[in-house]
Write a protein that binds this ligand. Structure first.
Ligand SMILES: Nc1ncnc2c1ncn2[C@@H]1O[C@H](COP(=O)(O)OP(=O)(O)OP(=O)(O)O)[C@@H](O)[C@H]1O
Ligand SMILES: [Mg+2]
Length: 289
């Protein structure tokens, strides 16, 4: 498969502290890469760097190669002018954030919010066409009676529905890459499973590539074909999900797996501890993949 996004030797520093240290990642066209790691390991700042959304306080070095148009030369997203990044965001690379309530405007109808997402990228659609597409987008993420609920406000939807609306907004411009940062963490497990199934279906149908971020290895294992494990700003291990979930090389990944409760977990025993592997050498090397 042809690479779509290649992060190479990425470093992100805030003042004297290093949030991301020499991270390299690749997402191929149509592929789902899971990025897993504990809180503070650098998953969100990595995705914000890809989108050019880190503030001036962050010092970012390395290369983020984006293979935009098929056949065209790759561009380095770290060296694009702000205007080019604005055009790219939401159109070629879309993002779903963790908190559905804060990501939606509470005083604007959801129909208008979805339609404006489309209008922002100047497809030349009329207001009526944008509305028709917004309704279709809401239907595609299984919002019941989307047309009649077009003028409802965010608080009139459930948490799961609001997350679906964010997915509709992310997908309306038919991006080539979707970055989903903990898209189901705020939801209860049943709704989480529905949303994951929905994302997997949309991904298959549209051949969409996805960078799926979660602290939960079990969730990542449900959607990702390959997984990269991050810890303390570094990628420790990358590999096919099936292999990594059954035969992890790195002690840290093994302890992350051991910490996932299963139906067989004895509830009277404390959960397995995630081992402190600080000081271990990073095993990751992009050439070795
Ligand atoms: N604007 C900022 N200024 C200073 N440090 C920051 C800033 N943003 C993030 N960091 C630091 O960078 C590190 C990585 O943060 P990041 O948000 O990427 O973690 P994460 O892996 O997404 O964690 P979580 O699972 O909790 O979302 C953390 O130590 C965090 O404190
Ligand atoms: Mg995060």
């Amino acid at each position: 498969m042809a690479p779509l996004l290649e992060v190479r030797d990425l470093w992100i520093r805030f003042g004297g502290s290093e949030a991301v240290r020499d991270v390299s990642l690749r997402v191929d066209e149509g592929e789902v890469l899971g990025l897993v790691g504990e809180s503070g390991s650098g998953k969100s700042v990595t995705s914000l760097a890809i989108l050019g959304l880190l503030g001036p306080a962050a010092r970012v070095t390395g290369e983020i190669r984006w293979h935009g148009a098929p056949g065209a030369a790759a561009v380095d997203l770290l060296r694009q002018p702000p205007e080019a990044m604005r055009r790219l965001r939401g159109k070629e690379i879309a993002m779903i954030f963790q908190e559905p309530m804060t990501a939606l405007n509470p005083v604007m109808t959801i129909g208008r919010q979805v339609a404006e997402c489309a209008m922002a990228h100047a497809h030349g659609w009329s207001g009526r066409e944008a509305k028709r597409r917004a309704i279709a987008a809401l239907e595609s993420v299984a919002i019941p009676e989307a047309a009649s609920r077009y003028d409802d406000y965010p608080h009139q939807f459930s948490g799961g529905q609001r997350q679906r609306i964010l997915i509709a907004m992310a997908l309306i411009n038919q991006p080539r890459l979707l970055i989903a940062d903990e898209p189901t963490t705020a939801l209860d497990v049943t709704v989480q499973a529905q949303i994951l199934a929905q994302l997997a279906e949309l991904q298959r149908e549209r051949g969409l590539a996805m960078l799926f971020i979660s602290h939960d290895l079990a969730v990542v294992g449900q959607v990702a074909e390959r997984v990269a494990v991050m810890r303390a700003g570094q990628v420790l291990e990358t590999g096919p999900a099936a292999e990594l979930l059954t035969r992890p090389v790195h002690a840290y990944t093994r302890s992350l797996l051991a910490a996932v409760p299963t139906l067989r977990t004895d509830r009277n025993q404390p959960l397995a501890r995630v081992e402190d592997t600080t000081g271990e050498t990073a095993l990751y090397s992009p050439q070795a993949e």
